[in-house]
Every structure is written in C-alpha cells, then in structure tokens.
Design a protein around this ligand. Structure first.
Ligand code: FE2
Ligand code: FE2
Length: 184
C-alpha cells in the first residue's frame, strides 16, 4: 500500500514540475503584453485549457483524496487543512475566468489587455504559492504518513486520467503547446 501512495506522490511532484513550465510560458506571454509586444494568445489559451482539464480535474482531486486520508489516519498532522480546499477552489475559479477571457480575445471580443495580464500574473502567483506550500510542507506530511505505514490507500482509490500533454500520448490539440514547453 505504501508503495502505491508513494507512486501517487511522485506523480503529483511531476505534475508540479509540468505546471511550472506552463506557468513560465503564461508569464512570458503576459510580460510581452505588458511591454506592448506581440503576445501569443493561442499559446496562453492552450496553457489555460490544459490547466482546467488536467490540474483542476485530476491533480487537485488526487491531492484532496490523499489529504483526506492523512486527516483520517494522522489527524495530528492535518493542521491548516481547511485552506487546501479553499486554495483548490480559488485556483479553479481564477483559472476558468482567465481561460474565458483569453477565449474571448481569441474570438475577437474587446477585452482589456491589462485586465488579462493582471489576472494571468495573479493566477500564476496563486498556483506557484500553493505548490510551494505543498512541496515544502504538505507533501512532507504525506511522506510521514507513508513512513508510519498508516495508510490503506490503493492506486485504484485515485482518479485515473491520462495527462494530455505530458502523458504517454500527446493529444493532438496540444501539439503546439508541447513544442513550446521547455522539457529540459
Ligand atoms: Fe494542491
Ligand atoms: Fe499540487
């Protein structure tokens, strides 16, 4: 069982690395807009599309499941947990709003560029801070739960969904995004 949870934790860490690469792209394009240079809105659209269909739909629910287990088996390690759900919800809401704004721009609607830049940078900031909290604190608590052998979680307890960009099969609509990502 411990090995199952450990492998899920490894996947979560890999997801974070992938998300950081995509946030780098989002920030790069946002800074181009700020500098009144041509920005790649299509790329920003792809990033936000990915964020709403994989991290929000798969990564965060996986974490919610594992945090719920930690709270059940080692309640003394679960202080401050109420913020996690709030964070995940805020990230999803901010992400959806940003995705809609970028979709509108792509559709030719009048959307204030400064508002999109502000929303994009705020989104990247929120998500980066959240991931840092997990890496430096929450994931270490999960490791402690694994070490103490308290969990009975199995891999089947987690949602299964392929990552459309970084998974074994690249979804065709994300081909361009994948080319732009710095995998190194
Ligand atoms: Fe999270
Ligand atoms: Fe996470």
């Amino acid at each position: 069982m411990q090995r199952n949870v450990a492998s899920i934790l490894a996947e979560l860490r890999q997801d974070h690395k992938n998300m950081i690469r995509l946030l780098n792209l989002l920030e790069r394009e946002s800074h181009r807009i700020q500098a009144e240079q041509d920005a790649d809105f299509e790329l920003m659209q792809d990033v936000m599309h990915y964020m709403t269909i994989y991290p929000d739909a798969v990564h965060h629910p996986k974490e919610d499941r594992i945090y719920a287990e930690l709270k059940k088996t080692r309640p003394e390690l679960a202080s401050g947990f109420s913020r996690i759900t709030l964070d995940h919800r805020a990230i999803a809401e901010q992400g959806l709003r940003l995705r809609n704004d970028i979709d509108l721009i792509q559709a030719g609607a009048m959307v204030k560029r400064e508002a999109v830049v502000g929303d994009a940078l705020a989104y990247a900031n929120t998500l980066r801070n959240h991931m840092q909290w997990e890496e430096l604190d929450l994931f270490r608590r999960i490791e402690e739960m694994i070490r103490s052998g308290h969990t009975t979680l199995k891999k089947d307890d987690f949602p299964v969904a392929a990552d459309p960009v970084f998974g074994a099969r690249l979804e065709r609509r994300f081909a361009r995004l994948f080319e732009e990502v710095d995998i190194a």
